[in-house]
Design a protein. Sequence first.
Length: 319
Amino acid sequence: MHVTFSARELEFQEEVRTFFRDEYPDDIRKVMDSGEEMPPDMQIRWQQILYRKGWAATNWPVEYGGTGWSPVEKYIYAREEGHANAPLFIPFGMTMVAPVVYTYGSEEQKQRFLPDILASNVWWCQGYSEPGAGSDLASLKTRADLVGDHYVVNGTKTWLTLGQHADWIFCLVRTNTDVARRQEGISFLLIDMKTPGISVKPIILLDGKHEVNEIHFDNVEVPANNLVGEEGKAGPTARCSCSMSAPTQPTRFDPNTAQINFVSRPQNQYAARRRSKTTATSCASLRPSKSNSRVLSTPNCARSQRLPRAMRPAPSHRS
């Protein structure tokens, strides 16, 4: 395979290289190179550097603050980001809930939530899995009952990665139990973590680290206008967040072998991404049955631009 960039693409490549050489803070670089845990303040500081540069939302539509880059420019950026060993974005706000908001949210919700997500002013976490509903999200039990102009939420969510830092949580909740199929009656709700009745319990992993959490909701009142999409029809919105959650791993082109190889990263930087694979599996349980599969098409937000076929890594084959 022979990869050739245009003059404009080469100019863009040099701009990206210069940025990572001159604007990537030394203290953040040292933490990344050491493989140590990235402190939240450093993570946010780096994301806000990218925001000020205009490079925060590589896959968002331009009208909401996206870069407008072509697939090749995204590839160039990801490759240079991998070479620099720069931190990846925490995915929950930028690549999971934001696509749901700009695809299915009201204009009021877009204006309220998207600017703060783009600027990394708010830390989000994901509330899908429950003690009895892991890979099978259609079994979730967390209830949200509509009372006047707000929902009253009760239940428990578990395995919330980095939830101890979160300002907001996007949740799948059951708003109706009188349904023909258990995939129905589930809604997508945005909840302020400072709301009375929310408690966070740490889950300490085998390595002794606090990465994931269990969150309890005890009569938590959530404004009804925090519902995204239609009530009881969270399938498309949940699949939208799942489809955007798995990032493209940075790659490096090797001119000696003419192959594109994945760039290695310190394992801790993929901590949240490991959850994304589980999330994708979980969301599969919310897909329509085969008899209804023709009715629902792929969510608009999932139709992201991909690399040209010639630039995609060849699949690996195991004996």
